[in-house]
Design a protein around this ligand. Structure first.
Ligand SMILES: [Zn+2]
Length: 273
């Protein structure tokens, strides 16, 4: 069963990626300025490296751990007696809340920010940004997820559905897609949208210190980190928004520099989270 879920997740990822690439060609929110191919290649290579490293080091142990947790009946979900669809829906909501807290920690704690910064160093934003994570961040978050698993105790099915949803939502809210205002407004009440997440990537980090949610935007509203997206396309277009980080923009697409940067001494002085 785990193998089918794994293949299913891959197909969901590829389908989502393809749909977003198509929408970005048809209705872009910002001009791509001829860098799409380069971004796709660079971030594609990052994804290939990450998939290899995470598969070798963390993927199988985490999967076995999820199976073990379910077999042994560990965690709050089991303790509360949740089963069937109720377990799936509540598990996704709870895990999304954990994800929100983890994302905030990545901005708050200096050591974690060093690595999460690699994601924010992207000088633009499109579906390929969703692939841009430092491998070390992914390894640390795998260890953290092992704790989520034993604390909440989702079934293996819920765990896979949650991860598939996270990857779909990340593709969607990073995408350079200009959604009609009513879609942004209505969808934005229940789901993190591209306009909502764009604020999080602003180069002015005091403005970007908001909108941390991954699937449900409710967490930012509940925990005081909500920044309202521009109410109309017109306003969104008229804003001159720059993405990324103020420093190191010239090496944002140099693989070697990007990989070793979190380990450099220069980071000790950086305090822009
Ligand atoms: Zn972030």
């Amino acid at each position: 069963m785990e193998l089918n879920l794994d293949t299913g997740r891959l197909w969901v990822f590829l389908a989502g990626f393809g749909v977003m690439l198509l929408l970005e060609s048809l209705v872009p929110a910002r001009p791509a300025a001829g860098t799409r191919a380069r971004r796709l290649v660079f971030h594609g290579l990052v994804a290939a490296l990450n998939t290899t490293i995470v598969r070798i080091v963390a993927y199988v142990p985490l999967l076995l751990w999820a199976v073990h947790v379910e077999e042994e009946g560990y965690g709050l979900a089991r303790w509360l007696g949740l089963v069937g669809w109720a377990e799936i829906i509540i598990s996704i909501i709870v895990l999304d809340a954990f994800d929100y807290a983890w994302h905030r920690a990545n901005h708050r704690w200096r050591l974690l920010w060093r690595f999460h910064k690699a994601h924010h160093a992207d000088t633009a934003m499109d579906v390929t940004t969703a692939l841009r994570f430092h491998p070390f961040e992914l390894l640390v978050s795998s260890a953290v997820k092992a704790v989520w698993l034993v604390v909440w105790g989702p079934t293996v099915v819920s765990w896979f559905l949650f991860q598939a949803l996270v990857s779909l939502c990340a593709q969607f809210h990073h995408a350079n897609v200009d959604l009609p205002d009513p879609v942004e407004r209505w969808l934005g009440r229940v789901l993190v949208t591209p306009r909502f997440h764009a604020a999080h990537h602003r180069v002015e980090r005091h403005l970007g210190n908001a909108n941390f949610s991954t699937i449900l935007p409710i967490w930012d509203r509940l925990f005081g980190s909500y920044s309202a997206p521009p109410p109309s396309r017109q306003q969104a277009h008229s804003l001159e928004v720059h993405y990324g980080l103020p420093e190191g923009r010239e090496v944002a697409f140099r693989a070697g520099a990007w990989l070793v940067e979190p380990f450099s001494a220069r980071n000790l002085d950086v305090d822009r989270r």
